[in-house]
Design a binder for this molecule. Structure first.
Ligand code: FES
Length: 263
């Protein structure tokens, strides 16, 4: 799997009835975007290779069985893509319902309120009610409770606040692995990984006590930028709120030590 490379000859396909021509190797998701159609997505982002894990970007392609992920499917000449149908709407809503069933419902007090892709996607698929609920004291709480000797069934998911610039709150993680891929592909550090399965799966810095500062993390901020929720959140945003104006630089608070100096 991965983002198909945009290398070759022009390919013409149809998306929801609109013809669009893109270079061979373009993903169906990107072709849809170039046709002005935004397919819901969570695990895909322009800065890292597509992974195909969230299954929110599913589409229907005439002549093909199933509902492939548009982010990892390359275009083909004459392809006819449908991004909207009752079946696709049901599937996307079901996926979002499962994500939200295991997510704190504290949007109004969350630092990412209004700047959260999970919140945006829940709205985009029309999710109003959630029929499921993750088990109280699920796998993630048990992992941390046992690690910290807080009892086998404690409802206990502590934040990692060891890094001076950002916090890591596992309870808000949707395990999309954007942070892991950003760490590898943008920074080349390989400090993060995914551990565990099901409700117990989580991003780990791989250091004792899951401590970001004790890991190979260089505080570049690539993971924070890639995070679609408030799982990895800048401390300045938590303390002061989302800035009204921001300046994009190469080195937000990078700890690599290349000695680049902004004038
Ligand atoms: Fe394509 Fe997540 S955005 S599977």
């Amino acid at each position: 799997m991965g983002t198909p490379a945009r290398t070759g000859a022009p390919v013409t396909l149809t998306v929801d009835g609109f013809p669009i021509t893109v270079p061979e190797g373009t993903s169906v998701m990107r072709a849809c975007a170039e046709a002005g159609i935004q397919v819901p997505k969570l695990c895909a982002t322009d800065s890292v290779e597509a992974f195909g894990s969230c299954r929110l970007c599913v589409v229907e392609i005439e002549g093909r069985r199933g509902t492939p992920a548009s982010c990892t499917t390359p275009v083909a000449e004459g392809m006819v893509v449908h991004t909207q149908s009752d079946k696709l709407r049901r599937m996307r809503k079901g996926v979002m319902e499962l994500y939200i069933s295991d997510h704190p419902l504290d949007c109004l007090t969350c630092a990412a309120n209004g700047d959260c892709e999970l919140q945006d996607m829940a709205g985009a698929v029309g999710l109003r009610d959630v029929r499921y609920k993750a088990p109280e004291n699920g796998g993630l709480a048990n992992h941390f409770a046992q690690r910290d000797g807080a009892g086998p069934n404690a409802s206990y998911i502590p934040k990692d606040e060891s890094n001076p610039y950002f916090t890591y709150d596992p309870s808000k993680c949707i395990v999309c692995s954007r942070c892991v891929r950003a760490c590898e592909e943008v920074q080349g550090t390989f400090a993060l990984t995914i551990e565990g399965r099901g409700f117990g799966s989580r991003v780990s810095a791989g250091a004792a006590g899951d401590d970001f500062m004790a890991s190979d993390c260089v505080s570049c901020g690539a993971c924070v930028q890639a995070c679609p929720t408030a799982t990895l959140q800048e401390k300045s945003v938590i303390e002061l709120g989302t800035p009204e104006r921001s300046v994009v630089t190469t080195c937000a608070y990078c700890g690599v030590g290349c000695n680049f100096k902004a004038e």
